[in-house]
Design a protein around this ligand. Structure first.
Ligand code: ATP
Ligand code: LTN
Length: 334
């Protein structure tokens, strides 16, 4: 809760190019929450440092991501959209919280294990303490809910554990956050290997639909999507490829799985793949157009960056001051 209104935080890393999973699993839901919550959406560039980045690329991608948040429908008047690195309170709270987090807890994180395996030459301490920074992001804004895809559930659990541990010692300092995972689209799988999630770091461009892909590319990628050898459009655990396409179709159109199965009862995979591709391309077109418009308006984006960082800083510092006081840091002399 902030100023008597429920609040939320979420963020995305400025690495890679946003894909359909990021949109359906996260961004699309974010846009629906602005009236009910005081919303903070960050481009979490500090998290991106856990993997080696090219500085110029990181800066470009961070700006592109922030612009895409707006293009996808987040109104920066109602949602606080900002760069994590512009609000030092994230790092400050992260340090304090790291002293309330156990190595054993961090050791269990599957994302850490996956990323450590993928980047065996750079298993840095930041990669290990990543969930602590994420807890700081969330707790700084007294978030009631955190809208994410289902892969982030484990990180949210640790954020809750840290908050409960801290509150247990110092009283009710932090709101305990709940995950908010949308019904449809919470886990979109790779088009080339439907047992793996669609991921920004996938090297095969055919595995993911990128938000900036043009309609022909989108339809081509869907046509090539890996499916099983029968030809029945039916949702089932033993048909991960076609089930993923059904998930995408239902998340985009708002139809149910049953309605979708019925609609395509007499169609083959080829027709269904084209229908999914067209639905996705139509959904993305207005976002792409708006993105192009926004990139022309440098002054507007700069204004959003400046004003929203100030707003986020205001609320974040309020929580940080409370934490510092509780743990016994000396008061500042003004
Ligand atoms: P990577 O796989 O390289 O770690 P990512 O694609 O998971 O990156 P993130 O920046 O970690 O991207 O995630 C941003 C948001 O998108 C998070 O809320 C995450 O849960 C959600 N998300 C990521 N991938 C998917 C997916 N395949 N399906 C649904 N939601 C997803
Ligand atoms: N870890 C998330 C990104 C992220 C986040 C957060 C999401 C960083 N801080 C706080 C929700 C709340 C990811 O990799 N998808």
């Amino acid at each position: 809760m902030l100023d008597g209104k429920k609040s939320l935080f979420s963020g995305m890393q400025a690495t890679g190019t946003l894909h359909l999973g990021n949109y359906l699993g996260a961004l699309k839901n974010w846009v629906t929450l602005e009236d009910e919550y005081q919303c903070f959406y960050s481009v979490v560039d500090m998290h991106s440092m856990t993997i080696r980045q090219n500085p110029a690329e990181l800066r470009r991608k961070a700006r592109a991501l922030l612009t895409l948040y707006i293009a996808a429908g987040l109104n920066p008047e109602k949602n606080c959209i900002y760069y994590q690195s512009h609000v030092p309170a994230h790092a400050e709270l992260s340090w304090v919280l790291s002293c309330f987090t156990y190595m054993g807890e961090l050791n269990r994180m599957t994302q850490y294990k996956d990323k450590a395996a993928k980047h065996a030459d750079n298993i840095n301490a930041g990669l290990f303490t990543y969930p602590v920074l994420m807890a700081a992001d969330i707790l700084l804004f007294q978030s009631d809910v955190v809208p994410v895809g289902s892969d982030q559930k484990q990180h949210l659990e640790i954020a809750r554990d840290i908050a409960e541990r801290f509150n247990g010692i110092y009283g009710d300092v932090f709101t305990i956050p709940e995950p908010y995972i949308g019904k449809a689209g919470a886990r979109i799988m790779s088009l080339q290997d439907p047992t793996k999630k669609m991921s920004k770091s996938d090297e095969n461009p055919n595995a993911s639909i990128y938000l900036m892909d043009d309609p022909d590319t989108i339809i081509r990628k869907f046509k090539r999507a890996i499916t099983d050898s029968d030809n029945e459009i039916r949702y089932s655990e033993d048909k991960p490829g076609i089930s993923n396409l059904i998930d995408i179709y239902t998340a985009v159109t708002g139809k149910t799985i049953e309605e979708t199965e019925k609609e395509f009862a007499s169609a083959g995979y080829g027709d269904f793949k084209i229908a999914v591709g067209e639905a996705v391309a139509n959904m993305l077109k207005p976002i792409q157009d708006r993105y192009q418009e926004l990139t022309q308006d440098k002054a507007y984006i700069d204004k959003v960056i400046k004003e929203n960082a100030e707003k986020a800083g205001y609320y974040a510092n309020k929580t940080l001051r409370k934490v510092h006081k509780k743990i016994g840091f000396p008061e500042r002399i003004r």
